[in-house]
Design a protein around this ligand. Structure first.
Ligand SMILES: CCCCC[C@H](S)C(=O)N[C@@H](Cc1ccccc1)C(=O)N[C@@H](C)C(=O)O
Ligand SMILES: [Zn+2]
Length: 312
């Protein structure tokens, strides 16, 4: 008997009840959502199967698998509804997620084809699938890969990481923090777009994430600081949206809706593999000009935001 689509239920990593699309097949159920693009499929890396026999109360019981599946559905919907983009390649590419990857792995990744989530060690991170912004971060790397293709090193790599955080913060829309749901060590988040300097980063000289180009990390750690210098562009995007005063420069914000359109257009029309921060500034100004006009508040916000973080 063929598989058929069902709306199923399960509890996430933190015990919250989730609803999602799955399939019933041969008396069992699998995390395969056939309603989005060429499918959203989630599987347990330790067993290699995406079949999860429903427990007696008709619930999927693998919290990380449930959350990873919902993260992918929500991020698929975000790109479709906000930009009309059909998955990472704008051609419906199947969204594959693997959970329980590694041993207490304190990370998640996009390997060019799929998302992988670690379970965390319970000291640094809880299971990373529990964070919607983690899944959105990883899938956004897929979008970057199929658009500008920003090389994952130095400034282009920092932009790649920044785009993953910006879209992560737009999908997980109630704050400007990244990783706030999965920190096990008591810190408020892994990164903050609003105020990067509140997050300790022992890889940097100052111990904090930079919020100005003059404070950028220059060195070989972290592929040339891709998770460190991303905070400079993250701060710029935050200022474009929310506004504020930064190093004496005032920015009038234009809101999340205009900000996500500007950054998406800059990514998909103007940025290329080797783009650096200065090219990011030009691309965002051009995108804002295309969308809102050269004398618009949006162009003004972008210009002031990049002035405020010292990128010209
Ligand atoms: C193969 C090694 C991992 C490559 C880096 C991946 S893309 C990445 O950036 N992962 C995110 C995971 C994440 C996202 C949101 C919130 C919490 C954690 C990341 O930021 N990883 C940090 C821990 C890092 O690799 O330094
Ligand atoms: Zn990343």
């Amino acid at each position: 008997n063929a598989a058929h689509d069902v709306t199923a239920f399960g509890k996430g990593v933190f015990g919250d009840k989730r609803k999602f699309e799955a399939q019933a097949y041969e008396g069992k159920f699998r995390l395969f959502d056939a309603t989005r693009g060429d499918g959203v499929v989630t599987y347990d890396n330790t067993t290699g199967t995406n079949v999860d026999v429903l427990s007696i109360n008709k619930m999927f019981k693998d919290g990380a698998a449930v959350d990873a599946h919902v993260n992918a559905e929500k991020t698929y919907d975000y790109f479709k509804e906000t930009f009309g983009r059909d998955s990472v390649d704008d051609n419906g590419q199947q969204l594959i997620s693997a959970v329980h990857v590694g041993e207490n792995w304190n990370n998640a990744s996009w390997n060019g084809r799929q998302m992988s989530y670690g379970d965390g060690d319970g000291e640094r991170f809880y299971p990373l699938a529990g964070g919607l912004d983690v899944g959105a971060h990883e899938m956004s790397h897929g979008v970057v890969q199929h658009t500008a293709g920003l090389i994952y090193r130095n400034e282009s790599g920092a932009l790649n990481e920044s785009y993953a955080d910006i879209f992560g913060a737009m999908v997980d829309r109630d704050d400007w923090l990244i990783g706030e749901d999965i920190m096990a060590d008591g810190s408020i988040a892994l990164r903050s777009l609003e105020d990067p300097s509140v997050i300790v980063d022992e890889r940097t000289e100052s111990g904090y994430s930079p919020d100005h180009w003059s404070k950028r990390y220059i060195g070989n750690l972290d592929n040339g600081g891709v998770h460190i210098n991303s905070s400079i562009n993250n701060k710029a995007a935050y200022l474009v949206s929310e506004g504020g005063e930064h190093y004496g420069i005032a920015v009038s914000g234009v809101g999340r809706e205009a900000t996500e359109q500007i950054y998406y257009r800059a990514l998909s029309f103007y940025l290329t593999r080797n783009s650096d921060f200065s090219m990011m500034r030009q691309a965002a100004i051009q995108a804002a000009t295309d969308l809102y006009g050269s004398n618009s508040a949006e162009v003004q916000a972008v210009t002031q935001a990049y002035n405020a973080v010292g990128v010209y």
